[in-house]
Structure formats: structure tokens, C-alpha cells
Design a protein around this ligand. Structure first.
Ligand code: ZN
Length: 196
């Protein structure tokens, strides 16, 4: 792991955003690690720093002048805004509609002749970033690259454009019946809850 990735993870640890233990994830799977990036991004100075670092990394792989930063709501809002601040571009976000389809709403517009990067807080499968990229491309926007603070896929998530992350993790998740921590008799916690 690079010194930069170490310092990013240390920022997550020191703000309680990178938890280690035994967690029951929303998916029902169990994991020894849990990332809650809202806890690091609640500190504007940390958000600004992470945005600046991520802006430098996406600039390296974009190969063209970046005109716009776009993020999927809700997780990408703060970091996308900070990346746009560092790049000096405007920032818009997309939301899923009632049918679960990613869409540009609130009067936001982007189209042919524009260049964009897509920014998320944590990439797991890359699904949200990929959906945002598809909407942009269908509108004629040239999507240059994508970036996230953390890549939890071990580098495997494919979003169809060049992608970068400040820290890459391989987070193992297990079905409860196969969970090594359950076998040790350690109780699983829902992230955000406290031990009884
Ligand atoms: Zn378990």
C-alpha cells in the first residue's frame, strides 16, 4: 500500500469511519471491516483534503481538460463537490427515480461537447458509477475517467472508463453460515449500532 493510501485509511480510522470487528452488512453478509465514509466526510477539512487528492489522481488519468464532475447521490455528494472545487469545475449529481433508474433531475443538464469525471465515495461493485456514466454518455457527454476515495473491490470493479481510487482494499464478506468470526462465537454487530 502506498504512503498516500495509508494516510487516507488512517484518516478513516481516526474519524471512526473505518471499523474493524464483526459486522452484519445490509446485504446480510458478514465482514470483519466496515467503511462509513460519512464519518470522515462530516469534517469539512478532511473532505476538502480528500477532494484535492482525488482531483490530482483523476487529472492524471483524464488526458483532457475536465469540464464537469458528476456523482451518484447520496454517497458521492460531498466528495464530488470537493473534487469539483479542487478542479475548478461545476458539480452536479444524479439520483435514482421511483423505478430505481439513475437520472439527472433538479434542472441539471449536461450534453455534447462536455467532458466529465464521475466521483463516488466508496466503490464496491461500481454499479452506481457505471449507471451515471451510461446516462452521461447517452446525453453525449465525453466521460474521461471515474474516481473514488476507496475501492473496496480489490481493483476488480469495471466501470467502462479509466478509474482511480485513493486506497484499494479487498474486503472479504461471508455468508453467516460460513463466517469465520461467527465460528469463533463473536457476536455480529449491525454497523452504527452499539454492543448491548
Ligand atoms: Zn459472522
Amino acid at each position: 500500500m502506498t504512503p498516500q493510501a495509508e494516510s487516507v485509511l488512517e484518516l478513516f480510522r481516526s474519524t471512526g469511519a473505518y471499523l474493524q470487528g464483526h459486522f452484519r452488512l445490509t446485504s446480510g453478509l458478514h465482514s470483519a471491516e466496515y467503511l462509513q465514509s460519512a464519518l470522515v466526510l462530516q469534517h469539512p477539512a478532511a473532505a476538502e483534503k480528500l477532494g484535492r487528492l482525488l482531483a490530482e489522481e483523476v487529472r492524471k488519468i483524464a488526458h483532457e481538460k475536465i469540464g464537469l464532475v458528476v456523482s451518484p447521490a447520496l454517497g458521492g455528494l460531498i466528495i464530488g463537490h470537493e473534487v469539483a472545487r479542487a478542479l475548478g469545475t461545476r458539480f452536479i449529481f444524479m439520483e435514482r427515480d421511483a423505478a430505481g433508474k439513475m437520472a439527472m433531475r433538479r434542472g441539471f443538464a449536461a450534453g455534447a461537447g462536455e467532458t466529465a469525471v464521475v466521483i463516488e465515495d466508496v466503490i464496491t461493485t461500481g454499479g452506481s458509477t457505471r449507471d451515471v456514466i451510461e446516462v452521461l454518455q447517452a446525453s453525449g457527454v465525453n466521460v474521461l475517467a471515474a474516481g473514488s476515495i476507496i475501492d473496496r473491490s480489490g481493483g476488480l470493479a469495471d466501470v467502462s472508463v479509466h478509474r482511480v481510487a485513493l486506497a484499494t482494499l479487498q474486503v472479504a464478506a461471508h455468508y453467516p453460515e460460513e463466517c469465520p468470526l461467527c465460528k469463533l462465537g463473536i457476536p455480529a454487530l449491525k454497523p452504527g449500532s452499539r454492543p448491548a
